[in-house]
Design a protein around this ligand. Structure first.
Ligand code: 2IT
Length: 444
């Protein structure tokens, strides 16, 4: 049994050397739940935290495929089945050159608490590959997906583990993965979410992460007596999440002035509206992973190699990837008058940035803000099980209710005088349900 937080963390670091993103995610959660944990000896006695930081199962495999020139390529495939206390493992697949076991363990760990916050019956998992779709042909992507699924299909199933998309895995990849699963298992089941509308997908799933994030921001703003209307926003990324967030912000009367890619950021002071939003989809579909063409197309400024956090805005919503807001970015935002940052990316801020933002402005972590994506995945699973599909209004209403409920959990566990500590609220809120389920299910 562990006695102090320092012992716990040094033990974790000893057993998982070099997994720095995973350590970062665990340290944040442990910091929030420790005092609660200490007050409940039954959690201690049952080794809940020790078990929570060890994935139930980690699958690592070779993914061989043949490129368009006839060369054999080899990537590494992963699925981290982190925690099934609340339901089948659930979480996305990420295809990106930066993917490592540490990244997927951090994502799977976060996913467990995020899924718990949704209140839907989903455990936590994450997977993917160091395969980069950038510059690959459609045929190459299909052959890669088929090879990846040939192995993964042994480990997943609609009641076991239900993957979805993440960075580098969108509707096209889910289609290829689903096709191969169906072919191998001879089963048409809801084994993946984010499917096409005509073959088991849910309305609102493509928009869900961005829409959910903006619904969450609406609740945060209301606590401050403000509204989306009339506020300016900095958004990073230009993928699915950024697109959904921008669409909803526009609908609610806010103005988004930035988008970004690995190549730099675009500053569009008139606001990213109308056909410009659709242009983002075109850019993403081009598979080049650059946002600069937007600046040429609409005659606005492009800042090479920079992130959008030095633009004066009221609200920042990172929508790209982990650790995309560092301490100097956080200081810039606050200096320029931003009063709210909501992470739509997973662990979008470094630990130092989180600490600074949480002290100085209103900050909310990804596991609360971006839970709308996996929540609608959960609704897709329900619809698949019933073999029916709900209309758009029904799914959107459920998404709104879920985001409202997550905000309520953050207030419930994170209220500190007049201030709401969203980090503590989300972590404790997510933790309690998982811990209680683990306690009830015995030492497994
Ligand atoms: O980070 C996430 O929550 C996702 N990539 C979505 C996972 C899902 O299963 O829909």
């Amino acid at each position: 049994m562990i006695t102090t937080i320092d012992n716990f963390i040094s033990d974790l670091e000893r057993r998982t050397p070099g997994e720095k993103e995973f350590h970062q995610a665990v340290i944040e959660v442990i910091g929030s739940v420790w005092s609660f944990y200490e007050k409940n000896p039954r959690y201690h006695k049952a080794g809940i935290l020790e078990r929570m930081v060890e994935p139930e199962r980690t699958i690592l495999f070779r993914v061989p495929w043949v490129d368009d020139k006839g060369n054999v390529q080899v990537n590494r495939g992963y699925r981290v089945e982190f925690n099934s206390a609340l339901g089948p493992y659930k979480g996305g697949l990420r295809f990106h050159a930066s993917v490592t076991l540490s990244i997927l363990k951090f994502l799977g760990f976060e996913q467990t608490f995020k899924n718990s916050l949704t209140t839907l019956p989903m455990g936590g998992g994450k997977g993917g590959s160091d395969f980069s779709p950038k510059g690959k042909s459609d045929g190459e992507i299909m052959r890669f997906c088929q090879s990846f699924m040939t192995e993964l299909s042994r480990h997943i199933g609609p009641d076991t583990d239900v993957p979805a998309g993440d960075i580098g895995v969108g509707g096209r990849e889910i289609g290829y993965l689903f096709g191969q699963y169906k072919r191998i298992r001879n089963e048409f089941t809801g084994v993946l979410t984010g499917k096409g509308l005509g073959w088991g997908g849910s309305l609102v799933r493509p928009e869900a992460t961005g829409f959910g994030a903006v619904y969450f921001v609406q609740h945060m703003l209301r606590q401050l007596g403000k509204d989306i209307e009339g506020q300016t926003f900095a958004v990073s990324g230009f993928g699915n999440v950024a697109w959904g967030a921008i669409t909803k912000i526009n609908e609610l009367g806010g103005k988004v002035v930035t988008v970004s890619g690995p190549d730099g950021y675009v500053y569009d002071p008139e606001g990213i509206t109308g056909e410009k939003v659709n242009y983002l989809l075109e850019l993403r579909a081009s598979n080049n992973d650059i946002v600069e063409p937007y600046a040429h197309e609409y005659g606005v400024e492009f800042f090479v190699g920079r992130r959008p956090w030095d633009v004066p805005v009221n609200v920042a919503i990172p929508c790209a990837t982990e650790n995309e807001v560092g301490i100097s970015d956080a200081r810039n935002l606050v200096k320029n008058g931003s009063y709210l940052l909501a992470e739509a990316s997973n662990m979008g801020c470094t630990a130092e940035a989180v600490e600074f933002l949480n002290e100085n402005i209103v900050y909310a972590p990804g596991k609360a803000v971006n839970a709308g994506g996996v929540a609608v995945s959960g609704l897709e699973m329900s619809q698949n099980n019933m073999r029916m599909s709900w209309p758009r209004e029904e799914v959107d209403k459920r998404l709104k209710d879920i985001m409202n409920n997550i905000h309520g959990q953050c207030v419930n566990y994170g209220k500190n005088g007049k201030k709401i500590d969203y980090v503590k609220g989300a972590n404790v809120g997510g933790f309690v349900k998982v811990a209680d389920a683990m306690l009830a299910q015995g030492v497994v």
